[in-house]
Each structure stands twice: as C-alpha cells, then as structure tokens.
Design a protein. Structure first.
Length: 140
C-alpha cells in the first residue's frame, strides 16, 4: 500500500490556548484542510461536487490526542479513505510532527449527501471516482 496523502501545516500562535498548546478544536480544522487538499489534488473542486448535486458530510469523528503541539511546530496531516461499500466510508488521519512524533489520530465516518433529496447517496466512491482526475488518491 502506498503512503497516504499528506499536507504540511505550521501551528500558528493564534491557534493556541492559554496553556500555549494547540486548541483542541483546531485539530479538526487541520483534518478538514487535509481532506479538501486531497480532493483538490485528485482534481475535484467544491463546484464539481455542487454541479453533481452532492456534498460531503461528516457523520462521526473521533480524535485521539497523543502529544501537544506548540506555536511554530510543523506537522504533516495525512488522509486516507477506506471504502467498504454502502453509503458511508471511513477516513483515517494522523497529525504528526516532522520528527515523527504522533500528535493526534483522527478516525471518521463520512458520506455524500444528495443536495436535492437531502439523503445519503449510495456508493459514494463511484462519484469520487468519476469526478477525480486521479482516483488513486482515494484508494480507487
């Protein structure tokens, strides 16, 4: 299996809390940034999704905080999709300092919402595969 998609982020001072470490909610922002970066790298834009009448939705997210991050730390945020058929898929993500230290692990369940019927679409991987110029980034 190839390495998962990854994007580098630098922790900004305004993202830290009173203890000086990265605010817990910002980990979710970093994960979201990596997911949208993966879509962009695969050739899918928000306009493409809207034009198709679908939008990605997060159904569940679990964050495991492992080590604190401080302002100025550089991290790599990975993103790997796992397909099992049906209406949902899993997304596994790791936030890792450049020295290899794992700061957080995120595991989520997502899907694609039909924007007209407001229902989850069947086989969301088909939509990603058809829209992507590089579906291999999704493991397809």
């Amino acid at each position: 299996m190839s390495e998962p998609f990854s994007v580098r982020v630098t922790v900004r001072g305004y993202e830290t809390d009173v203890q000086g470490h990265l605010n817990q909610s910002v980990y979710l922002n970093y994960a979201e940034h990596a997911r949208w970066s993966l879509l962009q790298a695969a050739g899918i834009t928000q306009a493409d999704l809207i034009g198709r009448g679908v939008g990605p939705v997060a159904l569940e997210t679990t964050v495991r905080y492992r080590r604190e991050l401080l302002a100025g730390d550089e991290v790599d945020v990975t993103c790997a999709f796992e397909w099992s058929g049906g209406k949902t898929f899993r997304i596994e993500q790791t936030i890792r300092r450049t020295d290899g230290t794992v700061a957080a692990e995120l595991s989520g369940v997502g899907g694609l919402l039909d924007l007209k019927t407001r229902r989850m679409v069947t086989d969301p991987q088909d939509h990603f595969e058809e829209l992507a110029s590089d579906p291999s980034l999704f493991g397809l």
